[in-house]
Design a protein around this ligand. Structure first.
Ligand SMILES: [Zn+2]
Ligand SMILES: [Zn+2]
Length: 259
């Protein structure tokens, strides 16, 4: 089994859930149960009001056998991300790990089933191109350590009709030039796409370029921590990925993910 999980949402998209023992402790309990020894709390920047460095510290001290990282998932929400960015800049040195994400193209949240009709208004190739340009600017922001779910835009199985491999190469080269990591996530197994993020072709390209990987479940409930990690383990084996990145105060440490 694999022992790292660097994308988790204790707040589960709820504005009323503030970090406290009741919200956090189930994650440590579940981590021990499934053999996760090192994991990051990465709630969305739009819920930062419920985040507390004091509560994270208490949580870490109560669970000294685990490496628990203070993190956040910073995205491009047109309403909240400017504030989120400011907050991240202010607290950068207190955070261990920052995930960079794109959840909006043409200002609609493309990964939300409620907005699926929006896709009909646009050329899918244009959406993909905008998406990867936004990923690129996220990578260039200087604020993120790893890029989350790099091909999230495939979530509802809308695929480009043009060959975008040059754009993928350009995106991975930016990630590589900045020594950032790329996430391999099992979240897609719980979604219509039914496979990991990102696609094997992107994992293969990234591996060839020497890009480091973080691994994650993107759990929104403690029960999903390390979910589908048997499938993730098979993917790491397939691509001969023997070390992945963990982070402490943004310092990348390469380590074997195996227990
Ligand atoms: Zn996300
Ligand atoms: Zn997430």
């Amino acid at each position: 089994m694999l022992k790292f999980d660097y994308h988790n949402h204790p707040q589960a998209h709820r504005t009323d859930l503030h970090y406290c023992e009741n919200v956090l402790q189930p994650w440590a309990d579940k981590a021990r149960e499934v053999g996760i020894t090192d994991f990051a709390l990465t709630d969305h920047d739009r819920y930062k009001a419920g985040f507390s460095f004091d509560e994270v510290k208490k949580f870490q001290e109560a669970n000294p056998d685990l490496n628990i990282r203070a993190g956040i998932e910073l995205d491009n929400d047109p309403e909240t991300s400017a504030d989120g960015k400011k907050w991240v800049e202010k607290h950068y040195d207190e955070l261990d790990f920052i995930l960079g994400s794109v959840h909006f193209v043409k200002d609609f949240p493309f990964d939300h089933p409620h907005y699926i009709a929006e896709y009909d208004k646009y050329d899918i190739n244009e959406l993909y191109k905008e998406y990867y340009k936004l990923i690129q600017s996220t990578a260039e922001s200087g604020l993120v350590d790893s890029l989350a779910h790099l091909d999230l835009i495939k979530i509802f199985k809308f695929f480009p009709t043009e060959d975008l491999s040059a754009l993928y190469d350009e995106t991975l080269d930016i990630i590589n030039a900045r020594n950032l990591s790329m996430e391999i996530s099992t979240a897609g197994f719980r979604k219509p796409i039914g496979e990991q993020y990102p696609h094997f072709d992107l994992i293969k390209k990234a591996k060839e370029k020497g890009i480091s990987f973080t691994i994650a479940s993107d759990a929104h409930t403690a029960a999903d921590l390390g979910k589908n990690y048997d499938k993730l383990e098979a993917i790491l084996k397939e691509f001969d990925i023997t070390e992945v990145a963990v982070y402490e105060k943004h310092k990348k440490i390469m380590a074997s993910p195996y227990q």
